[in-house]
Design a protein around this ligand. Structure first.
Ligand code: 5AD
Length: 363
């Protein structure tokens, strides 16, 4: 019989071999209280430093619209939330947000929105082209959900570089408890592999502490991420939204989110790992703590001020002045105060840079 490893020995094994089995991850999560957090976070930072030094990448987030055809039980912009005040940005508003962001130094624009077929493939392709034409030095990241292979291809051909599509949970049964029956984990995962095949830098991820989530579910998420090997991983605590079926559920914890950030950093040292807005929402210094646990990306909000409150995925979403991209100097200071520095170059995945010769980049 194999030796039973302590939680810290499992961390050391993960650090050496960059993978653990499903059972080992479960065991690590169950026994995580015995892990010295300072030691764990130091190991995570060491892994991040090997690839990124002390740099923190900034991405400007533009929330292009909150209409959504889906009805995910956790999400504040689900279609049956009739209290959500719906909006869509015009191409001009999106361009203005980019102009503003570019002036501040941002070189990645993340266009995020609900699944809204108003943004036809052609319409979004035109917007992507305009952004790339005006800012050829900048990366465009899309985060607009599940669409056809043709749509994804058209946007890539228009110049989009990256795509964020959290898998939400890698367990079929758990997926069913968070989503309406017309959505499937299988299709979501197919989308992720399609995006990767097209050539996007891809981001996956999940919520920490979502309703019905078990330790084994999280272990499955980790095994799935190891297998997919995305360029980016977005994880943040689940936070209830008052006008959803999960209004009365408890939020995910800071403790578990930080633990998972560190584990993910140790497992995939070159991954781009944001300290998410949700993390900054459950704790005032959540994002600093996230960086100290291995995160290396922050995504400040570049959306026009009047729509920020409408893009409410969960209650109390951070949209104060500190969150605003205009407050970049403040943000820089906060990052510097913990020994890091923000950079505003495109910050492509190191994986991608290494493979530019094999995988021709559009000119
Ligand atoms: N709490 C935390 N994160 C949420 N998201 C959606 N609703 C919530 C919530 N209530 C996350 C999902 C989605 C991303 C854009 O926001 O993981 O993929």
């Amino acid at each position: 019989m194999a030796d039973i490893l302590t939680a810290w020995e499992l961390i050391e094994k993960l650090n050496e071999e960059k993978r653990l089995s499903l059972n080992e991850f479960t065991c690590l999560l169950e026994n995580r209280n015995s892990v010295d957090r300072e030691k764990l976070f130091a190991k995570a930072r060491e892994n991040a430093k090997a690839y990124f030094g002390n740099t923190i990448y900034l991405r400007g987030l533009i929330e292009i619209g909150n209409y959504c055809r889906n009805d995910c039980l956790y999400c504040g912009i689900r279609r049956s939330n009739c209290k959500a005040e719906r909006y869509r940005l015009t191409e001009k508003q999106i361009m203005n947000a980019c102009v503003n962001g570019h002036r501040l130094g941002y070189r990645t624009f993340v266009l995020q929105g609900g699944e809204d077929l108003y943004f036809t493939a052609g319409k979004l392709a035109d917007i992507i082209k305009s952004i790339k034409e005006a800012f050829p030095d900048s990366a465009v990241t899309l985060s607009v959900g599940e669409r056809s292979t043709e749509d994804y291809q058209m946007w890539y051909d228009a110049g989009a570089d990256r795509y964020l599509l959290r898998h939400e949970t890698a367990d079929e049964e758990h997926y069913g408890k968070l989503h309406p029956p017309e959505l499937s984990l299988k299709h979501r995962i197919e989308c992720l592999y399609t995006l990767k095949k097209i050539g996007y830098q891809v981001g996956a991820g999940f919520m920490v502490g979502s309703p019905y989530q078990t330790t084994e579910n999280i272990a499955k998420d980790l095994v799935f991420l190891r297998e997919l090997e995305p360029h980016m991983i977005g994880i943040g605590p689940f936070i209830p939204h008052k006008d959803t079926p999960f209004a009365k559920e408890t939020a995910g914890s800071l403790e578990l989110t930080l633990f998972l950030l560190a584990v993910i950093r140790i497992m995939l040292p070159d991954v781009l790992l944001p300290a998410t807005t949700a993390l900054g929402t459950i704790a005032p210094d959540g994002r600093e703590k996230g960086i100290l646990a291995g995160a290396n990306v922050i995504m400040p909000n570049l959306s026009p001020k009047d729509v920020r409150k409408k893009y409410m995925l969960y209650d109390n979403k951070l949209c104060t002045d500190d969150e605003a991209a205009e407050q970049k100097a403040k943000l820089d200071k906060r990052v510097e105060s913990i020994g890091y520095r923000t950079v505003t170059d495109r910050g492509d995945s190191p994986k991608c840079k290494a493979s530019t010769l094999v995988c021709p980049k559009r000119l």
